[in-house]
Structure formats: C-alpha cells, structure tokens
Design a protein around this ligand. Structure first.
Ligand code: GLN
Length: 485
C-alpha cells in the first residue's frame, strides 16, 4: 500500500472516515517523515506534541460522530502566520523569540475545522524573495532531485517543499507577488492565491498590505478547493476582507469547460521564452481546446511595466509596515547608548540584506520630491494594469499562462547573487495578478527535459475562483503529472 503520508487531503479524509487509520497513526507517520527529511530544512519549528494532542481530539470526534470538515488533517504553517503560543518569526532575526498571544484568522479557521499543526515552515525573510534563500534559517532544498540542491522557489518555499516531500498533508502560503504560485510550480504542487479580500490578513505578518493574500498549497486541485473553503471568509478584524459569500469551491471541479473562453495573452510569450515552458503552455492550451474550450488571443499591453510597478509599490508598503520593528515591541533588541542607537543597532542586526534593500527603496520612493515621480506614478500604472484585465475579461472567462519563466534553479546561483534584479525577473508572470487583486492558481503540468516540474497559471475575474478551479481540474485530469510519492 501507498504510504499514508503520500495521500491527498481528500484521500486522507476518506481513510479517516473509513477507519483505515486513526488521526494519531497518521500524525505519527508524518512526524517520522519530518524527522527523516530534516535535510530539506522545510520546517523552522516542529510541534509534534501539539499535533499529537490535536490528533487525539480528532480521533475522539471520529468516534463521537462530531468530526469537522478537515478533522485530523496535519498541516504545515508558513512561519508568517501568527500562531498563538507558538513561535512565529517570519524567518527574520528581528522576530527572534516572538511568541504571538493571538492566532491569525486563516489558521484559526483551519484549526476550527479540525486541521492540526505539525510545525512552522521556512520562507524568505518577511516573504521577500523568490528562492527561500533570504531566510535567516538558511535555504530550503527542493525535494525534486535533492542531490542537485535546487531552490524550492519563494517566498513560500518551505510550504511547497513540505507538501511535495509529503511531510505535511497540505500547507498555508501567502502571495504578495507570486509566493504561492512560483514555489508551487518549482516543487510540482498546486497553490492558489485567491482574490484580494477573500481571506483575512489578520495575524499574518504584513509585507505589502495592498498585495498580500493567504492561500493553500496542496497536493492537487481538489485539496486546494477544500482548504480554501475553510480559509476564506469575511473577518471584521481585516478592513479589506470582503463580505462576499464563499461558495463550495469543490463544486466547480470536474465541470465541463465546453464553451469556456480561455484567454492567451501575447505579452506572456516574449521572444526567447524558455522553449520547454512554451511547450508546456501549448500543451495546456491543447488540453483545454480538446475539452471544448474556446481559445481567445488577448493582449495585456501594460504587462511590460508590471515588474517596475511591483518593485516600487511592494517596497514602499514594506518600508512602512516594517517601521514597527523598533526593538521595543517584538523579538530582538540590541541595546545602544541612546534610544536612536538602540533602534539602529536592533534594525542593523535584525534585518537581512534583501529586507534592508527593500526598506531603502521603499523609503526613497515615498520621500518628498520622489513620491510623485515614483510612488504616485506606479499607482497610476497599477490602475492601467488592472484595466488591461478588465478589458481582457470582456473577451474571455479565464486566462492561461506559464507560472514562471524557468524551472527551479540552483541554490546560490551566481547571476542572481551578483544582481538582485535577475532574481526579481522571475516574478514577471505573477506580479500583475497581485497588482490587479485577481485570483491566480498554479498547477504542475509537465516536466522539463531534465525532469523538473513546470507550472501553469490560471487567472480569473475577481471573486471567480470557481472558473479558475474548473479550468485547473480540466488540465489536471489530462496532463498526467505524477507527484513525488
Ligand atoms: N518574489 C516576490 C518578491 O520578492 C514575491 C514575494 C511574495 O509574493 N511574497 O517580492
């Protein structure tokens, strides 16, 4: 029999309901796998006792007939979500030893539905990065061809690697410019960034508040739908969370895509696009076409400005959000002779290089004299990028693109170390979706010539995750991608 840790969430729920195994046995199996796979560095904190306690309760509920929708499902939690009484660091030294007195809404929703917590997962420091190399706990190793020491993507690199390596049943992620979708693509798993406002940001360490969204990273499309059902919903503690009804996303799965209009944006096929990525995209197009969808060529003309706009707005908001780490309120404090020195010493020692870079850019573009030239201009172009999508969705129902321009690359890649802009270029296909606030899903759809997963991205209208799920399940069914077991 297949290992129980290789099962999807929906298969696991069936197994628990049919008493093929108990939640305690399942949790113990995951804990054992976590120990075996420590070299991946996916977890920055393991909480096995906590998980086993939650499993006991799950088993009691299965016996009583009071099991909830995710009863007994062991999750990994990105260490950007505040977890009550469990250390939360955003993988930054500046939050060293921070133990939140409250729970994020998204994780609270998951635990209230019966899911449990195996531990906290590695990420790029404050979710700034695309390779998980900026974490103060060091990089995560992609479980595909582990000996090659490739990055898992970022910032939710720990989440995607842990799901791929079967050391959690599913994980939470966050996505400000691609951090759910790109690591999902690199690790051959599925992740969705929902519409901005779909999930509460309460209790999630803030990076860029107008872009940040939480979402699931899971083994297949159905698992993402199951998890999002529970994670989503209005929350009075987040003023940008939206009072929209949360449909049962699993109902969209397996529905016919006949007549569905699928937009293919010309700007996402620049000259020199990696031919394997292009071929994977073409195959996704073919699959949807054969299933009866109508393929529509569209244009998103302001795409070429998206990276520039993102790398102004995200650092601007980050510099403001990160001003709160002053050495007084949370985590690390490095003393100094005067108050100012204490701030300087704490922030110098506590933040890593990439975070400092973002704070400096953000402070610059917000400063008097540059605000109009950079920040305000970027906001205006952001509006044009959003308008491109509004226009496009007059002609199509969902948009299909690659998730990332390359497969996973080696840890320590020189071109990116020497020039950080080369790292930022990896986000070219994902950032527009955040700037426009739309839902975007990545699913694995093929392998590169040397056997690495390639992801496809589906983008939907605001609050139309259902069409995204429908199209994703149609591709998943036909593309024959095999997960790591
Ligand atoms: N790679 C992007 C960045 O570095 C996106 C990160 C994210 O979505 N959190 O900002």
């Amino acid at each position: 029999m297949e290992k129980i840790t290789s099962l999807t969430v929906h298969e696991t729920l069936d197994g628990l309901k049919n008493k093929e195994f108990t939640a305690t046995e399942l949790t113990a199996a995951y804990i054992k796998e976590m120990e075996k796979r420590r070299a991946l560095n996916a977890y920055v904190l393991e909480t096995p006792e906590h998980a086993l306690k939650q499993a006991e309760e799950a088993d009691r509920r299965y016996r009583d007939g009071t099991a909830r929708v995710l009863e007994g499902i062991p999750l990994g939690i990105k260490d950007l979500f505040c977890t009550k009484d469990i250390r939360t660091t955003a993988c930054s030294r500046i939050l060293d030893g921070f133990v939140p007195p409250y729970e994020s809404t998204v994780t609270a929703n998951l635990f209230a539905a019966g899911a449990s917590c195996l531990g906290k997962l590695n990420l790029d420091e404050f979710a700034m990065g695309g390779s998980n190399e900026t974490s103060c706990y060091g990089p995560v190793v992609n479980p595909w061809q582990e000996e090659r020491k490739l990055v898992p993507g970022g910032s939710s690199g720990g989440s995607a690697a842990a799901v791929a390596a079967n050391i959690c049943a599913a994980a939470t992620g966050t996505d400000t410019g691609g951090s759910i979708r790109q690591p999902s693509a690199f690790c051959g798993v599925t992740g969705i960034k929902p519409t901005y406002g779909r999930c509460s940001r309460y209790g999630i360490v803030a990076f860029a508040s107008s872009l940040d969204q939480a979402g699931p990273i899971a083994k297949d499309v159905r698992d993402c739908a199951l998890l999002l059902n529970v994670m989503a919903g209005y929350d009075h503690r987040d003023s940008t969370s939206v009072k929209a009804e949360v449909p049962d996303f699993t109902k969209a799965l397996g529905q016919s895509v006949k007549g569905l209009k699928v937009g293919i944006p010309a700007e996402y096929r620049p000259a020199g696009l990696n031919p394997e990525i292009a071929a994977c995209w073409d195959r996704g197009i073919e699959i949807l076409k054969s299933a009866g969808a109508e393929i529509v060529n569209i244009s998103l003309p302001h795409t070429k400005y998206a990276l520039a706009v993102y790398y102004i707005i995200a650092p601007a908001e980050a510099s403001s959000n990160l001003a709160r780490y002053d050495g007084l309120r949370y985590g690390l404090r490095v003393p100094g002779e005067h108050l100012d020195n204490m701030y300087i010493n704490t922030r110098s020692a506590g933040f890593g290089k990439e975070v400092k870079r973002r704070i400096m850019i953000g402070t610059y573009v917000l400063s008097a004299g540059y605000y109009d030239a950079y920040y305000l201009k970027a906001q205006k172009v952001r509006r044009l990028i959003r308008d491109d999508f509004v226009q496009a969705f007059n002609r199509c129902d969902v948009i299909l693109t690659p998730t990332a321009p390359t497969p996973a690359f080696p840890i320590g890649d020189n071109s990116m170390k020497e020039n950080p802009i080369n790292m930022w270029l990896n986000d070219v296909f994902t950032v527009s979706v955040n700037l426009a606030g739309l839902p975007g899903l990545s699913l694995p759809a093929g392998l590169s010539g040397d056997g690495l997963p390639l992801g496809l991205q589906l983008i939907g209208r605001a609050f139309d995750e259902e069409t995204v799920f429908k199209a994703a399940s149609a591709i998943e069914k036909e593309c024959g991608f095999e997960r790591l077991k």
